[in-house]
Each structure stands twice: as structure tokens, then as C-alpha cells.
Design a protein around this ligand. Structure first.
Ligand SMILES: *Cc1c(COP(=O)(O)O)cnc(C)c1O
Length: 372
């Protein structure tokens, strides 16, 4: 089945007793055993599995062409479960512009437990040269946050395969609609489902999808089920509901994103635009090869430095000045002030999550805000 169809039908578990077309929310934390000691419904206790979570995991596994998925209470806990499943002193090759929450986990929580290097992964030679005897994982993030750098997934996966390493791809900015890392050779795909998968800025969640069920995946599953950082049945229900419209929402995000990138690229008060769909983007050819479309995330530099960027962001009316991304409403943020003084993000950088409002209204708002 095609993604449009899968997204609508994969989570609909038919309940013969009630005949629901849409699955109910199963709030029960515990499930009946029969006389043989088995669990006829396939569930024992909700930390281990639950009908709503299984529906969500099965849908994501299908959308990402994986063998299985594991759902978590946030994107951060999904990544953390993977780090926790590594043996002590394992080495990770991470991107130099890794999502700051993961970078912070490595630098603070896993300091002294795991080893890691932050590398410019647009240079495959640098990645190759960073492999050590104890390297276990190459963690990539593409497109990246907030500079929209694009990493060659197949190129990295080939390097990893040769060295016996696991390739993990944070594919949050792309969603399963625009990019399927497993089809390009990645072993595990990670999503913050708080973003495009949820799509309405009202549910926190994270997902890991694996290409194959191996020892490492069993260790990750053990962290999920024994650690217990799992999403509630209601959160899973909300995500399954959102997934049904994912393909169509992504079409709208891409269409609006492309138009806004083009508009900003021609604006005299804009210094630079970072959007993989622009031919001037340094990795545009890789993006065109590995993505079906270029998404709704972009960032740009305002002429006149931090002061001009702050002035602009305080003038927008329709774009909500808030962090996060992937919702139906357009969001705008001054990234440096979110990331703090250690951030390498340019101080005049503004990140935009382009929503599904009418393009004319969005451009009119940017136009009045950029007029000095
Ligand atoms: C938001 C985000 C995360 C973390 O997800 P949470 O759901 O906020 O914990 C990880 N990676 C990327 C690229 C993100 O945008």
C-alpha cells in the first residue's frame, strides 16, 4: 500500500465486540490472562505494550519500511534510550550541529560513560577518519537544525556498513513522507513525533524504527519497556489520528516552504536563506536525490545583525514567536537566544516552521515585518 493509504488504515485495529471504525483509547494498565497463563489480547501490562501504542508503532514501522518501531514519551527519550542501550565506552560519531538537546545529553548525562566526537558530516572523509576501534554508532541528522545542512544518508550508511557500525538518522525535519533512511541503508530512524508526526503542537513523543531485529534493537526495546519512558494511550491515540493526514499536511508544508524560501531569497533585507530546495543550497543535489520534496523548515539571516533580527521577529503578527516546529500554525524563532551562549548559531539567524495558512497571508506578514 502507498503511504496515503497506510497512514489512514494501518492503525485501525478492528474491534469485533464494539465495531468501532476508529480505535478506542485503551486506558487499562493491565490485561486478562487465560487459564493457560497466556494473554489472549496480546498485552500484559501497559508499560510493556498497549493497544494504542502498538497501533502507533506498527504504523510508523510501515511508513519507514522498518521491521519494528518503539514509541517513547518524547523525542529526547527516544534518543536517550538508544544511548542507554550502548555498552559503556562505546564511541558515537555525531554531527557538529546535532540537535542541541541530544548534544546536551551526551555532554552532561553521558559524559564519562560514552565517547563521542562532533564532526562535520557533510564531509564523508572526515566521518571515515573519525572511526575508532570502539566506534559503534554514526548518528546523523538531516536536514539539520537550524542550518538545514543535508547529509548524504547512503554515503554514511556505506561507510558504516564497511566498518560494522550502526547508522542512526534523526529524520525529524523530513518526516517519513519526504525521506526514508532505511531504504538508503540506515539501520535505525529516529523522529521527534512532537513535530510533523503530531502536527498540531499538542502532543509530545518520540519514535525509533529499526531495519532489523538484532541484539542492539533488543537492548533498546529493553530500555523502553524496563525504563518505562513510554507515551500514554491518549498520546498514542492523538498521534495515530494525526498520522492519517500526514502526507497531505507535508504537501502543504512543502508548497508553502518553497514559496517562502523563494520570497526571502529575493528580499533586499535578507542576507542568506538556508533551504535545501534552493539550487544555491550547498547540498541541494544530495537533498534532491534522497528527499521526495524539501519540507517546511527554513532559516535565514537578517541584514543588520542581531538587533535587526530581534526587531523583525517582534514585528510579525501571524507567525507565532515560539520554539518547536511541524505544526499547522507557522512558528518563528530567534534561535541563538533559545540555545544560549554556547551556541554557534549566527546571532541574526531566524528559524521558521512554515505552517498551513494561506501563502499570501504568510508572505504579507513577513513583508510588513521585514520593511524597515
Ligand atoms: C524536537 C527535536 C528533537 C527532540 O524531540 P522532543 O520531542 O522535543 O523531545 C530531536 N531532534 C530534532 C531534530 C528535533 O527537532
Amino acid at each position: 500500500m502507498k503511504p496515503e493509504t497506510l497512514a489512514i488504515h494501518a492503525s485501525n485495529l478492528v474491534n469485533a465486540a464494539t465495531g468501532d471504525v476508529t480505535p478506542p483509547i485503551s486506558l487499562s494498565t493491565t490485561f486478562y490472562r487465560n487459564e493457560n497463563g497466556n494473554y489472549p489480547g496480546g498485552h500484559m501490562y501497559s508499560r510493556v505494550s498497549n493497544p494504542n501504542r502498538s497501533a502507533l508503532e506498527n504504523t510508523l514501522a510501515k511508513l519507514e519500511f522498518g521491521a519494528e518501531a518503539a514509541a517513547f514519551s518524547s523525542g529526547n527519550t527516544a534518543g536517550m534510550a538508544l544511548f542507554q542501550a550502548l555498552k559503556p565506552n562505546s564511541h558515537i560519531i555525531a554531527p557538529d550541529d546535532m540537535y542541541w538537546g541530544f548534544k546536551k545529553q551526551l555532554l552532561t548525562i553521558f559524559k564519562g560513560i560514552l565517547e563521542f566526537d562532533f564532526v562535520d558530516q557533510t564531509d564523508l572523509n572526515l566521518v571515515q577518519e573519525s572511526i575508532k576501534p570502539n566506534t559503534k554508532v554514526i548518528w546523523i541528522e538531516t536536514p539539520s537544525n537550524p542550518l538545514l545542512k543535508v547529509t548524504d544518508i547512503a554515503g554514511i550508511a556505506a561507510i558504516a556498513k564497511k566498518a560494522g557500525l550502526t547508522t542512526v538518522c534523526d529524520s525529524t525535519f523530513a518526516s517519513p513522507v519526504l525521506q526514508n533512511p532505511i531504504l538508503l541503508g540506515a539501520d535505525i530512524v529516529m523522529h521527534s513525533s512532537t513535530k510533523y508526526l503530531g502536527g498540531h503542537s499538542d502532543v509530545l513523543g518520540g519514535i525509533l524504527v529499526t531495519a532489523k531485529i538484532d541484539e542492539f534493537w533488543s537492548d533498546i526495546r529493553n530500555v523502553q519497556q524496563t525504563g518505562g519512558a513510554v507515551p500514554s494511550p491518549f498520546d498514542c491515540y492523538l498521534l495515530c489520528r494525526s498520522l492519517k493526514t500526514l502526507v497531505y499536511r507535508m504537501k502543504g508544508h512543502c508548497e508553502n516552504g518553497k514559496k517562502i524560501a523563494g520570497y526571502l531569497n529575493n528580499h533586499p533585507n535578507v542576507e542568506a536563506v538556508f533551504y535545501p530546495g534552493l539550487e544555491t543550497h550547498p547540498q541541494h543535489n544530495i537533498a534532491a536525490k534522497q528527499m521526495k520534496d524539501f519540507g517546511g523548515m527554513l532559516s535565514f539571516l537578517v541584514k543588520g545583525g542581531e538587533k535587526a533580527a530581534n526587531k523583525m521577529i517582534n514585528k510579525v503578527k501571524l507567525f507565532a514567536q515560539a520554539t518547536s516546529l511541524g505544526g499547522v500554525e507557522s512558528l518563528i524563532e530567534h534561535r541563538y537566544s533559545i540555545e544560549g551562549p554556547d551556541s554557534k548559531t549566527p546571532k541574526n539567524l531566524i528559524r521558521v516552521s512554515v505552517g498551513l495558512e494561506h501563502i499570501d497571508d504568510l508572505i504579507a506578514d513577513l513583508e510588513q515585518a521585514l520593511t524597515v
